[in-house]
Design a protein around this ligand. Structure first.
Ligand code: C5P
Length: 223
């Protein structure tokens, strides 16, 4: 029996990560935050002095990346890098390393290996199109760039950090453009994905909407 997988793809700032965690908790399934892998790789490469443009050298770092996900924390070489990988700079580095096909290949098996019983919720950009193309339920979560930047702005301000809304909109647009236009695994909805536009929805409404789809595809899982 194949392990059931639910994929949640979409651009940055749509709430994918939060939804994937809530959904995996609800189902008692594992959760894969694939963006964290690219973020950790960007950080590891910068620390080792590997250029973010050198595909083969980056793929070598990716193949041996000592990353672990433990109790909601992200560890690199046993160091807790959960906060370090969440900066805007780490997001940009992640999207730069993610354009290289050898890097994506090097991370592919590691992502597939996360699918173990009773199931996996996988969040990213290419979960439904490349990593788990036969997943029975694929969600593509979208929202306008302005709303996504505004959510990020409030998140940063809430943490007492400096933030500039116009700069965030620009960053999000630049990252979207890079993610959508790259030659390999570009950000796009799988043909059989359910597209959910969260622009005017709260996290609870998005979760409810997705749970409806889960009930449809896996009726035995959610009452
Ligand atoms: O989801 P998150 O914002 O953490 O991802 C950071 C970057 O990693 C994205 O902008 C994207 O370029 C890259 N990424 C990717 N494929 C994935 C997940 C993330 O290319 N499956």
């Amino acid at each position: 029996m194949p392990v059931p997988v639910i994929t949640i793809d979409g651009p940055s700032g749509t709430g994918k990560g939060t939804i994937a965690e809530l959904l995996s908790d609800r189902l008692g399934w594992r959760c894969l935050d694939s963006g964290a892998l690219y973020r950790v790789l960007g950080l590891a490469a910068e620390r080792r002095g590997v250029s973010l443009d050198e595909a083969d050298a980056l793929a070598e770092v990716a193949a041996e990346l000592p990353v672990a996900f433990v109790s909601g924390r992200v560890l690199l070489n046993d160091e807790d890098v959960s906060d370090a990988i969440r900066t805007e700079q780490a997001g940009t580095a992640a999207s730069r390393v993610a354009v290289h096909p050898p890097v994506r290949d090097a991370l592919l098996q590691r992502q597939r290996a996360m699918a173990c019983p009773p199931g996996l919720v996988a969040d990213g950009r290419d979960m439904g199109t490349v990593v788990f193309p036969s997943a029975p339920l694929k969600i593509f979560l979208d929202a306008s760039a302005e709303v996504r930047a505004d959510r990020r702005y409030k998140q940063l301000k809430g943490k007492g950090l400096d933030a500039n809304l116009c700069a965030l909109v620009e960053d999000i647009r630049a990252r979207d453009a890079r993610d959508r236009s790259r030659s390999v695994a570009p950000l796009c909805a799988a043909e059989d994905a359910v597209v959910v536009d969260s622009t005017a929805m709260s996290i609870e409404e998005v979760l409810d909407r997705i749970l409806k789809e889960v009930r449809r595809v896996f009726p035995e899982l959610v009452p």
